[in-house]
Design a protein. Structure first.
Length: 544
């Protein structure tokens, strides 16, 4: 117990180190250049615009490649994010303009023409990074004007890119890429074609300070014209909390007051009467749940994930996760999850021992595998699919080894230490009343008071409090939107906790009043089911 007492201190130090590491990484170079200095330009990936999760390496398409192709050394989070940075063939030296500079002249074979045509048909876009600033552009266009039959469509590849760069003194502030609509390569027919790829560079001075150059990317499609919707969501959630609080306070206080008056008027007379309601099952309420090892493991894993969420919010609110800070969120998730595994071990094992569990080692193993096991199986399936399609989502072998080492050398030892501390905590389950030897039979209940309807009701109200924010989060996960309103999300998170607590208390009381004493497992996953069903909506409706 003493060892675990220092856990919050180590977690805070770890989070502060992670914050410093993130900022140090962004300032590894001071981003100051003299006239003519080379500024790093990296080509990242390409993919269909309507499916941002499907991306491939930039040079999987037969673009002109530099003489010496060199991959950039990437951090763990960047690799997990699917970034595969390589040096681009374009030279954008600081304040050095170029006009229609030819990168290469090449003859595209029939196969290369077919590859480009397929990419153009799927609205492929490219992504690059110039001085850590993202650049996007489409690789071509489809001419459908006046053509009803898809076989009559014409496919064109852009061969001329114009880079417009803004600078402030000796620093790059902004960059954008424009494709010349008049400089095209016809890809319609299956034949060899000549292509001359070129680019233009234009520089313009701006007064925007370097510290605000990322503000442009924070003003995503969710801001500012959708900000009113977020505040409406908060107001709606607050009203829900107030109404729910008032309702529960009124109902529960009235019911409990009547119950206490009823049971306290005459104790001797009460002994001769048949008890009803929640008092009737007072000897069964604290009977240990079925599958108590699994329940304790779920409690431990849930506590760890809750702690992980809180620390992620801390980092978000201090500005670590600004737009296109490549991989910062994934790095934070991996590191904080590893550091908080001791919390899962302590919570699960201590509670399991309180429930008079004997095999605490098995409970500890179950705790460690309850979240990581399904996650590992899902990863194996998705990574295999990504490898089969040569997508950038496929993790390299070296990255997999790093993650396995983190789990082996950090997560597992902390989980075991937490489990040992929980076993030795000597905490006891102190029920306010004696549990009977044999459980009472649960009386038949109406269908709407059975487990499934009650779980649906328990998850619906909390889900309604976060519905709008969940919509925008999924829009950023499955689409091109960027979610940056972490302060509003944190407020909604607090509201979610309050609503979940109130609705759980209310439904548990009504369940006990119906003489149903099997309450432990009833509401543990209600909100999860609603959120999971909602995450399937992007697959059905085009919300982006």
């Amino acid at each position: 117990m003493k060892n675990l007492g220092n856990c919050p201190t180590f977690l805070i130090l770890g989070v502060l180190f992670l914050c410093c590491l993130s900022h140090v990484r962004s300032d590894a170079s001071d981003h100051r250049y003299k006239d003519g200095d080379p500024v790093p330009l990296y080509a990242n990936k390409v993919g269909p615009f309507h499916n941002p999760s499907e991306t491939y390496r930039y040079f999987d398409l037969p673009f002109c490649s530099p003489d010496h192709l060199k991959e950039k050394k990437e951090a763990l989070g960047e690799v997990l994010n699917g970034d595969r940075l390589v040096n681009a063939p374009y030279k954008l030296n600081f304040r050095e303009e170029r006009d229609s500079y030819v990168v290469c002249k090449t003859k595209l074979s029939k196969d290369e023409v077919a590859i480009f045509r397929k990419a153009v048909d799927k609205d492929y876009y490219f992504q690059m990074y110039y001085d850590d600033l993202p650049i996007w552009g489409f690789i071509g266009k489809v001419d459908k004007e006046g053509k009803a039959d898809p076989s009559e469509y014409k496919y064109f590849l852009y061969k001329h890119i114009q880079f417009d760069i803004l600078y402030n003194k000796d620093r790059v502030i902004e960059i954008s890429a424009r494709m010349d609509p008049h400089s095209l390569v016809d890809l319609t027919e299956d034949k060899e074609v000549d292509a001359e790829f070129m680019y233009t560079v234009k520089w313009k001075e701006t007064e925007t300070p370097f510290e605000k150059r990322m503000d442009k990317y924070s003003m995503s499609s969710s801001l500012p014209h959708h900000l009113e919707i977020h505040w409406f969501s908060i107001i709606n959630s607050c009203v829900t909390v107030l109404l729910l609080t008032g309702f529960l306070a009124t109902i529960l206080m009235r019911v409990l007051k009547n119950d206490f008056i009823k049971y306290g008027q005459d104790e001797e007379a009460a002994d001769d009467q048949e008890e009803t309601g929640w008092k009737y099952i007072h000897g069964d309420v604290f009977r240990f749940p079925k599958f108590k090892s699994l329940f304790a493991a779920a409690l431990g894993s849930g506590t760890q994930l809750f702690t992980l969420t809180v620390f992620i919010f801390m980092l978000a609110l201090v500005g670590v996760f600004y737009p296109y800070n490549r991989g910062a969120l994934f790095t934070a998730l991996v590191v904080i999850y590893a550091l908080t595994s001791g919390i899962a071990g302590y919570t699960a094992t201590s509670f399991y021992c309180q429930l008079e569990g004997k095999n605490w080692v098995r409970n500890l193993l179950l705790t460690g595998c309850l979240f990581c096991g399904p996650l590992f199986l899902t990863f194996c399936f998705l990574n295999t699919v990504a490898i089969a399609y040569s997508a950038t989502a496929a993790l390299p072998f070296g990255t997999i080894v790093v993650i396995v080492l983190i789990w082996t050398l950090v997560t597992s030892p902390l989980l075991v230490l937490g489990g040992i501390a929980g076993k030795n905590s000597k905490a006891e389950f102190q029920a306010p009343c004696r549990t009977t030897k044999y459980p009472r039979e649960i009386p038949p209940l109406p269908w709407y008071r059975s487990a499934i309807p009650q779980m649906a009701m328990a998850g619906f109200l909390p889900f309604s409090a976060i519905y709008i924010e969940l919509y925008y989060i999924f829009a950023s996960v499955w689409g091109h939107r960027i979610y940056t309103i972490y302060s509003i999300l944190f407020i909604v998170f607090i509201i979610l906790l309050i609503v979940t607590a109130f609705i759980t208390v209310a439904l548990t009381y009504f369940q006990l009043a119906a003489e149903d004493h099997e309450w432990w497992w009833r509401y543990i996953s209600s909100l999860i089911m609603h959120s999971f069903l909602h995450c399937l909506l992007p697959c059905t409706f085009d919300i982006f």
